[in-house]
Design a binder for this molecule. Sequence first.
Ligand code: ADP
Length: 392
Amino acid sequence: MRISVILGHPDPGSFNHAIAEAAVDALEKNGHLVSYHDLYREGFDPILPGPEIPRGGAVDLAVQSHCDEIAGAEGIVIVHPNWWGQPPAILKGWVDRVMRPGVAYEFLEGDGGEGVPVGLLKARSALIFNTSNTPERREREAFGDPLEDLWKRCVFGLCGVSDVRRRTFSVVVTSTPEERRSWLVEVGDIVGSLYPPDVEGGAFGRPAPGQDPRSRGSEDIASVRIRVVLGDITEMEVDAIVNAANPTLLGGGGVDGAIHKAAGPRLLEECRTLGGCPPGEARITGGYDLPAKMVIHTVGPVWHGGRQGEDEILAKAYRSCISLADERGAKTIAFPAISTGAYGFPVERAARIAVGEIRDFMEKNGAIEKVMLVCFSERAKGCYLKALDQRR
Ligand code: ADP
């Protein structure tokens, strides 16, 4: 399943962060595709400008990518502290801007906004984790626990999500380390029971524990300089690794999150200076704490069924990356399977495009010595090997 995790807390050392990370771990362990957004870290702008309000209004790139993601999410996890019976303003702003008409709800034809809207979100369930410094009973009796209504009825109820569960951990300030540890275990249990492993057995999950991803099943493809490797791209010792980023270039889930985590905060600092990147194009930064010297950030297409130019945007993304790498003198490059995670591009089709574009480039240009196609699942690896065979 595709699951979005949205966190609103400014302090990276907060218990809210620990909750969000425990949720992400449990989801990934169960093989789900997780899109993790730490709204403060991304610098999400919560202010809804007037022209954005109407259906079809002008929506900026960063917000549009949140909208695409939340519309396609099959599960949603929200984590935030209880501030004045409300979420922090950044998260309220995320609701204002992302839960848009046409994305999260719409009014029936002929209804000018006075009737009851219809929910549009694909997710059937959502999970809210809150922290609070008010004991549970006092929260209910003195304040009426406004967050309960806010998330269950006002937001998710209206947007068509029927199964909304909520757990508040309190009182955080006086809690002991053991208590907090047991709360994190509980987070894992709650997440795991609402989002158990997919029937397919977690094809998109991490490599199995105890297995070295670098040594497993790596394939030498004779006569060409393209290799299919099963593993983690952040560990590749190459000149440049490619990041499947989103248009903000300010970090996200999946491979993007893994690359930022491994490269350290200086990568984000450099990304902030780039001013984003439209789909199909590429931008380059240093590799910082990664073994790779450079990171080439590209933005693949969001899959909408294949009739909105997705193939061409993906092909362009591969071409942009490999020619930028070549221009900067990279001899060895590693690519992830761009767009096949949270962006939903079918992996078999994406693998054919990736192999086609890389091979075309390498046939015409001799400088690049080796391209690694780094797969994060056996299934993706099978698709790449098939694509390489077909084109030989
Ligand atoms: P996108 O949104 O562009 O699809 P994702 O990061 O969600 O980007 O997924 C792209 C691909 O990268 C997916 O096939 C996913 O399984 C894979 N992936 C995720 N983490 C890693 C990693 N650390 N190394 C290599 N591939 C990864």
